[in-house]
Design a protein. Structure first.
Length: 202
């Protein structure tokens, strides 16, 4: 999709791109999907909730800002019951999450029994608001989580919260101006216990 396109388009090429991320997520049903998001600021809440397994990739082609200004309360970017990959397109792009008046800015989880999923966040900048109780990223009840080359700043509770996860990797990240950088609770259980922290500045 390209910023300032049209949601009435087909959404399958840069010249026929959707305007909003929501128009793309509305089409994500069973199977594997990739959304390439053009550079720009998107004033919208992104929610991808499923009752069956879906693998979805959101890829930033340039600097993609997900801005909560005027969007009210509630999680800004939510994926549930699906494997979610938030990453750069062709290794050249960033996601920026900012201006969300909510307890959790970005959340990836699952609520279905046996619907274990993976989530990965790469090249993301999470900008918090110290005036409210807020987490930057919450990974909950996933089979595995990976956070790499991300920056967390300005969170009064924690930059990254991992909860009920079999294994997670936190690699080459920066946490600053956060009450807690990385917070784990009831994490790492089952027979695949694996945690890796590497070059993450807490």
């Amino acid at each position: 999709m390209l910023f300032r396109s049209n949601d009435g388009n087909g959404g399958l090429s840069p010249t026929d791109a959707f305007q909003t991320i929501g128009a793309a997520t509305a089409l994500m049903v069973d199977g594997t999907h990739t959304v390439i998001i053009g550079a720009g600021t998107y004033y919208e809440r992104v929610s991808l909730i499923h009752t069956t397994g879906v693998s979805s990739a959101f890829e930033a082609d340039g600097v993609v800002v997900i801005d909560g200004t005027g969007s009210g309360s509630g999680t800004g970017f939510l994926t549930r019951n699906c494997s979610a990959y938030v990453r750069p397109y062709n290794n050249n792009g960033w996601f920026v999450f900012q201006n969300w008046d909510t307890a959790t800015m970005v959340q990836a989880d699952y609520t279905l029994a046996g619907a274990g999923t993976n989530n990965q966040f790469t090249n993301c900048i999470f900008k918090g608001d110290r005036s409210i109780n807020q987490y930057g990223l919450l990974s909950d009840a996933n089979t595995g989580a990976r956070v790499e080359n991300c920056v967390f700043s300005g969170f009064s509770v924690a930059g990254y919260n991992v909860y009920n996860i079999y294994c997670y990797n936190v690699l080459n990240n920066i946490f600053h101006d956060c009450f807690i950088g990385l917070y784990g609770s009831q994490t790492i259980f089952g027979d695949r216990k694996s945690t890796r922290l590497n070059s993450s500045h807490l």
